[in-house]
Design a protein around this ligand. Sequence first.
Ligand code: AKB
Length: 315
Amino acid sequence: MKKILVTGSLGQIGSELVLKLRREYGKGSVIASDIRRPSNHFVESGPFEIVDVMDGTRVVEVVKKYEVDSIIHLAALLSALAETKPLQAWNLNMGGLINVLEAARELELKVFVPSSISAFGPGTPKWRTPQITIQRPSTMYGINKVAGELLCDYYFHKYGLDTRGVRFPGLISYGAPPGGGTTDYAVEIYSEAIRKKSYTCFVSQETCLDMMYMPDALNAVVHLMEADPGTLTCRNSYNITAMSVTPEDIANEIKRHIPSFVIDYKIDPVRQSIADSWPSSLDDSAARQDWGFNAEFDLVEMTKDMLEKVKKKRS
Ligand code: AKB
């Protein structure tokens, strides 16, 4: 990757990925984009363009302007929000993706498209979910992710487009808040633990989902994008994982650092039923085999780092 366009760069993943890519490839090599203006700090760190991914002409214009060779396409509406606005989710998640794929086809670019645990559904094996298995999601976001995976496969086989992707678990980070996702509780619990030593969780204490700390997620994107194309056997998306945890597991780990921390539960039925339809742990052996994926953070290491970073951010 020499010139990279990142869409949706002000979101939870994008805001950290852009800074990491700029550290690795140089400031001018990463063009951040989003539908709104960022803070001055973000603008100063390198080029920024307003890009609405629903406007395919604009995507092509920016790609040509900077002679981009890779697109990391992160602009999307997340699961919980998508359930409240299913049509808008379809239009943005699918319309944006097809515009990016078309720009990539026309200009022969490499593309990263994130999928997610949401691409699975209630009929999928919940534990050690295989790379290839039943994908019948019950949410609009999940349907978008499955269709997106199939499109990536289609563009690879039909046009030889270099498509790459991972199925992200819930991502935990201290930077930009996620917003609109079902796994947002796993982020909020840390900030609320520091802010008021208590948290009211919107999914039940035994809800066990696949999670990952952001540094591992960012490394996964860079490693997969750098991988030799000949080694990649999955062009739709790779399962990746780091830990399978419940809110109670996270709370207990936080209590080791903040003994007075308390968690209680007020279930949101919509987000609970989305979470219940997702896997608890993915089998990531294909990613390990094909491009050496390996997560470094477990719950213990992540909690220690998260609490330190959230505290520092607030001080
Ligand atoms: C969400 O909760 O919608 C996302 C995801 C798992 O894709 N974090």
